[in-house]
Write a new protein. Structure first.
Length: 422
């Protein structure tokens, strides 16, 4: 993402507000944030990382942010009138009181390829407080940007399928790659990763198991160049989608892409990632709101990614005029911009006969360099009735112009800053 452009995953906030719900999916008193992986150590790709904390609680309470080793510890006071933005740009390997700025991969929660497949005590974050609150992670560099939304304890589970940005080859393939990260919430946790279509970096088999204790993390990944070398003449850079992640105890999982290039006719790249929820929380109905892409490359980014969790899953979409059957768990397909109700600001309704993971790749402006990735929650009672969006005009330290998009039930009354929306 060029600095003067909007980035959709953060700026076009898509909020699901279902008036029948009493449960909360993202607001919680405990959050596990697995780390991410950059495939280069360039400031243009990975630089400024911050955590945003918000709550609807009017009385202030303390929130503690720490890694498993205790080398990174921060405590802040949080209330509805006092949201917090906490810099993660500190070295993770010194003391908990160190205030020396980190640099690129030395920022908290970002690893390089040299730390793939390692058991990590210093990188994943555990965020806790006495009351419930929202957590998001912002990443901005001179050319890229995205936001990850924590799912709280709703995100803990034992069965996941990954999603990644739609990808084609480009001049930036040496910068680009896909990653999956997991973090244990209990000791003696065994996590199995499986994808018959790709070998992850440093692995000689398509299925492998790692063991973690509480608070430890693992990140696996594969670069575009590694996928191309495995694919031969096919060069399908999307084969990492639908990677199956299972465990014997609850884990938090994030997945995405760093510097993915979705349009081979123009050399644009961007980052996209999000935290997932387990299969048990999924549903059968989803609504996506189209991003800002309208022409050529930006329009090419406007897609839904649908991943099956069971065999012979049938998906209906585009106003019930199209169907697609996925034969096996982990099979996936992408829609395109023509499947939205219109190409300007349309929506896309998706229905399936079995539970599916749904992700969205989208553009934050009508520019090819503004692609992003979001995990899409199902239309069910895990949506929130009240959401606080702090620092809405910022991605880390970058000032932007926010746009708010809402999905709600027909007849719902929506208030923005206490004022009824027409």
């Amino acid at each position: 993402m060029k600095k003067h452009l909007l980035f959709l995953s953060y700026i076009l906030f898509t909020v699901l507000l279902l008036k029948s719900t009493n449960s909360k999916a993202q607001v919680d008193s405990l959050h596990y944030i697995p780390p991410m992986c950059s495939f280069t150590n360039l400031k243009a790709n990975i630089d400024d990382h911050r955590m945003v904390l918000t709550t609807t609680e009017t009385t202030a309470f303390d929130v503690t942010i720490r890694n498993n080793s205790g080398t990174f510890v921060r405590t802040v006071s949080l209330s509805s009138s006092s949201p917090q933005k906490v810099s993660l740009n500190y070295s993770t390997y010194i003391s908990s009181t160190n205030n020396t700025p980190g640099n690129i991969l030395n920022s908290q929660g970002i690893i390089g390829t040299g730390d793939l497949n390692k058991v990590l005590d210093t990188e994943g974050l555990i965020v806790s407080g006495s009351k419930k609150f929202f957590v998001s992670i912002q990443n901005k560099s001179t050319a890229q940007g995205d936001l990850l939304t924590s799912k709280g304890t709703t995100g803990l589970g034992t069965d996941f399928y990954s999603g990644h940005m739609y990808s084609e080859k480009s001049a930036y393939d040496s910068h680009n790659g896909h990653f999956i990260s997991a973090m244990a919430s209990e000791n003696n946790t065994n996590i199995t990763f499986s994808n018959p279509n790709v070998l992850f970096s440093g692995k000689s088999t398509n299925t492998f198991t790692v063991s973690l204790n509480k608070g430890q993390s693992i990140v696996i990944g594969v670069s575009y160049n590694q996928i191309k070398s495995q694919q031969g003449g096919t060069k399908n850079l999307n084969v990492v989608n639908g990677t199956h992640i299972t465990s014997n105890k609850p884990i938090a999982v994030s997945s995405g892409s760093i510097c993915a290039s979705g349009y081979s006719k123009a050399n644009g790249r961007d980052v996209g990632f999000d935290q997932l929820v387990p299969k048990e929380v999924l549903g059968n109905e989803y609504i996506l709101i189209k991003g800002a892409g309208k022409s050529k490359g930006p329009a090419f980014n406007e897609r839904a990614l649908i991943v099956a969790t069971e065999a012979n899953t049938t998906i209906t979409y585009k106003n019930n005029t199209k169907t697609k059957t996925l034969n096996n768990p982990g099979d996936y397909f992408f829609t395109n911009i023509n499947d939205f109700s219109n190409k300007t600001d349309g929506n896309l309704y998706i229905n399936s006969d079995k539970k599916v993971f749904v992700y969205q790749t989208l553009s934050g402006a009508d520019k090819v360099q503004t692609a992003g990735l979001c995990f899409i929650p199902p239309l069910k009672c895990t949506a929130d009735k009240e959401v606080t969006i702090a620092f809405a005009n910022k991605i880390s330290g970058l000032t932007v112009n926010p746009i708010l998009k809402l999905v709600t039930q027909k007849g719902s009354q929506i208030k923005l800053n206490g004022v009824n929306l027409a």
